[in-house]
Design a protein around this ligand. Structure first.
Ligand SMILES: Cc1cc2nc3c(=O)[nH]c(=O)nc-3n(C[C@H](O)[C@H](O)[C@H](O)COP(=O)(O)OP(=O)(O)OC[C@H]3O[C@@H](n4cnc5c(N)ncnc54)[C@H](O)[C@@H]3O)c2cc1C
Length: 419
């Protein structure tokens, strides 16, 4: 017996977005999550200006703004040589986001609001249930999932199963769709501090030879701090994440004074390695969305937007699959979703990978920072692309690359990449 038309595994931004859209369209949706909300999620907690469009669509934007979320005017990226790229969301390039500012909000707050919006639209939500496997019919199609609820094994059945279960998606693995990428292999330590000095209205990324750190006001007197280091440093982190983070921040002369009076307000969460992607984002009876479908690296801060937007796109396909007369028609709907995803995100994937490579090689990021600190127009364009309101094609041109790497006031050579 079916428990729902659509079963969504995972109630993060991707799961909440697809569940909201489907429930609003009258589909019987059941969301299950192993966690109980509000729950933390290791993240730098920045939302691009364009993410606000989907938040508004879900009726969540006002609630998030009222929760005390910080508004960001742009992003500053500091290279190891000290050059700073300053990109603003409001710029002369002629593109405008849904909002002129990005948002910065604790994931505990954001994700609980989004899941509540899915609930309000009519989705049934069960927390504290872990999905352990997919259940297949005699023809091999996915017809449900196996669950573990307080040690008790169970099964949930649905016409369509959606995997929104994040980076290490058990469903993507069981369907043989997940592929871990060999590069980059990085780990993250994430926490919140109070009393960090000089936190402004822009998000900050500080790239160093031994990692990078994202710093931003996250509202209510807290600063989010997300450190990303090569995975080979896992043994140094060992059991004491807080000590490693503390030491890292204080070992960089421009950061140390800013953390002199800082007090850690939340536990240090760890996650990684990150980079993984799916060969395709569907199998008969099931589809993947958000990090379960792909995630590259946190540097560009686009995962939440991709999860929300992917949820919107998958809802259209899942609606068609639920109403399909034949299983073949349902498969066609998911294949079309997969093609549409690739079309929508391909440009961003290229930019993300290019940035990932540049950030991992000090000579390249130093050179790019020297150029972009002198060419604000190019810096604004790049920040607009990562803000999801400037098309990626604007920076995938020879002219743009020449602007970034062809002219430079100063070229600092350094031979210590991190990756
Ligand atoms: C260090 C770091 C910093 C980042 N910074 C940013 C940023 O600043 N801005 C940005 O946009 N993106 C950022 N990202 C990416 C962003 O966090 C993700 O892309 C986003 O959370 C994806 O949403 P999701 O819903 O797909 O997955 P998730 O948010 O991970 O949600 C998945 C949900 O599935 C549940 N789940 C998992 N497994 C199971 C299971 N077996 N059974 C039941 N439930 C399950 C989990 O409990 C969770 O609630 C960052 C990522 C990292 C690692």
């Amino acid at each position: 017996m079916r428990d729902a038309d659509v079963l969504v595994v995972g109630g993060g931004p991707a799961g909440a977005s697809v569940a909201f859209a489907l429930a609003r369209a009258g589909v019987r949706v059941h969301v299950v999550d192993r966690a109980r909300f509000p729950r933390p999620k290791p993240c730098a907690e920045y939302l691009s200006p364009e993410a606000s469009r989907i938040l508004a669509e879900m009726g969540a934007l006002e609630l998030i703004e009222k929760s005390g979320a910080a508004a960001l005017t742009g992003i500053h990226v500091r290279a190891p040589n000290g050059a700073v790229i300053k990109g603003d969301f409001i710029a002369g390039h002629g593109f405008r986001g849904f909002r002129d500012r990005g948002l910065s909000v604790r994931r505990e707050v954001l994700d609980a609001i989004l899941l509540d919006r899915a609930r309000a639209a009519g989705a049934h939500v069960t927390e504290g249930i872990r999905v352990t496997d997919v259940v297949r019919g005699s023809d091999g199609r996915v017809i449900g999932v196996s669950t573990l609820d307080d040690g008790a094994r169970g099964e949930l059945r649905a016409g369509v199963v959606i995997a929104a279960d994040g980076l290490r998606s058990v469903i993507a693995k069981r369907l043989g769709l997940a592929q871990t990428m060999r590069w980059p292999r990085r780990l993250a330590l994430v926490t919140h501090y109070s009393n960090v000095r000089d936190v402004g209205e822009h998000g900050e990324m500080h790239v160093e030879r031994d990692g990078y750190v994202g710093i931003a006001d996250v509202g209510n007197g807290l600063t989010t701090v997300a450190l990303v280091v090569p995975a080979r440093r896992a043994s140094e982190i060992g059991g004491n994440r807080a000590a490693f983070l503390h030491k890292w921040l204080r070992s960089h002369a421009h950061l140390a004074p800013r953390f002199a009076d800082a007090e850690r307000a939340t536990p240090v969460e760890a996650t990684g390695p990150f980079a993984s992607h799916s060969r395709r984002a569907w199998a008969p009876g099931a589809a993947l969305v958000g990090d379960a479908a792909d995630f590259f690296d946190p540097f560009t801060g686009e995962g939440i937007y991709a999860a929300l937007r992917g949820g919107e796109m998958l809802a259209t396909a899942a609606l068609a699959a639920v109403g399909a007369r034949t299983t073949r028609d349902a498969d066609v709907a998911f294949a079309e979703y997969d093609a549409a995803r690739k079309k929508e995100f391909r440009g961003k994937w290229i930019v993300e990978r290019a940035i990932g490579a540049v950030v991992g090689a000090a000579p390249l990021i130093n050179r790019a920072a020297c150029s972009l600190s002198a060419r604000k127009d190019l810096a604004d364009l790049l920040i607009g692309v990562t803000g999801n309101f400037v098309p990626a094609r604007e920076v995938i041109t020879l002219g743009y690359l020449w602007g970034v790497f062809g002219i430079s006031r100063r070229f600092t050579t350094s031979r210590a990449p991190f990756a």
